[in-house]
Design a protein around this ligand. Structure first.
Ligand SMILES: C[S@@+](CC[C@H](N)C(=O)[O-])C[C@H]1O[C@@H](n2cnc3c(N)ncnc32)[C@H](O)[C@@H]1O
Length: 298
């Protein structure tokens, strides 16, 4: 694909708030996919599916262990309407949280009602942190946002995700053997060494290591991101990845310190970098410049 100088001026926005989401890096991810990509794109840690939405491939698979997230997307795919009240106050929020947990308790977590509540809770909760306790019940506190906009329907999104299969599954159980060999993979596991809690899972050091080892065996182009921790980088390099550190300002963090600046590692294998993102250059700067340029394009 040669049109790499064309600036993409419109990306489909993620529907959900997502801790660690890659919306901020979508210009790079889109260019990476354009340079290397095939018709199939997979996000094994789907979250906000920022990468799939940025690239809009012919076919995509979004896997995530969070069954509630997968239920939400599957309901949007068939036409979800938020016809419940969406009040941004703590009393109503905690009632909705109880109702959602009641549905979980009753085994109705794959219902339309659960999908609507998931959307409301994700928008209204503290920092978009979808946190669940050991028993699988949702326990994130109210977010106290001044202004929140809730959607009533997802017509554009419904259209945009028709070609995506959403499945609840651990990354190790993804049936890699049935995917085309040249499938492109954007792998964005929970950040190593942060206190971010994605709920329904504890992503241990062993899981981190396994995610790198698993990613290294894939045949198609792979983009892997994580905290720029020396051990993570050492293992990525050991398994044949090339790496680059990208500085990112974080909006979610346990302390004001961790909110400031965060180093992420971007690693790639079986792939080349897009021309405008050469190794060693300031990718964040390029992303900013390109998004400013894209805004000017009508
Ligand atoms: C950093 S987020 C992904 C963000 C996403 N790339 C985006 O741009 O919005 C990590 C996701 O991995 C999911 N997850 C955690 N452990 C997992 C596992 N073992 N297998 C698959 N998904 C997992 C979490 O539920 C969470 O949605």
């Amino acid at each position: 694909m040669n049109d790499s100088n064309i600036v993409r001026n419109k990306f489909q926005e993620p529907m959900l708030k997502q801790v660690g989401g890659k919306r901020w890096a979508r210009d790079f991810i889109y260019e990476f996919w354009k340079k290397n990509g095939s018709s199939v794109l997979v996000e094994p840690f789907a979250g906000g599916i920022a990468s799939i939405l940025a690239c809009s491939p012919q076919k995509a698979y979004a896997f995530d262990t969070n069954i509630h997230l997968v239920n939400f997307y599957n309901k949007v795919r068939t036409g979800l309407i938020i016809d419940m009240p969406t009040n941004n106050n703590s009393e109503y929020y905690y009632m909705a949280r109880d109702r959602f947990n009641h549905l979980i308790r009753e085994g109705k977590d794959d219902s339309e009602a659960a999908a609507k509540l998931y959307y409301y809770l994700n928008k209204t909760c503290y920092n978009g942190l979808m946190r669940f306790n050991r028993k699988g019940f949702y326990n994130t506190p109210f977010g106290s946002y001044k202004n929140l906009q809730y959607k009533e329907h997802f017509l554009n999104e419904q259209d945009a995700i028709q070609n995506i299969e959403f499945l609840s599954c651990d990354f190790r159980d993804i049936p890699v053997e049935i995917m085309p060999e040249d499938t492109t993979w954007v792998i964005d596991p929970p950040y190593y060494g942060t206190s971010f809690d994605y709920g329904l899972c504890k992503f241990t050091w062993e899981d981190q290591l396994e995610s790198i080892e698993w990613a290294a065996k894939l045949k198609g182009p792979v983009l892997y991101t994580n905290t720029a921790d020396p051990e993570i980088i050492k293992n990525l390099k050991r398994l044949g990845f090339k790496t680059q550190i990208v500085l990112k300002k974080h909006t979610v963090g346990a302390s004001s310190e961790s909110r400031k600046e965060f180093k992420e590692v971007f690693a790639w294998k079986n792939a080349e970098l897009p021309d405008m993102y050469p190794e060693g250059s300031d990718w964040k700067k390029t992303m900013k410049k390109r998004s400013a340029l894209a805004k000017k394009i009508k």
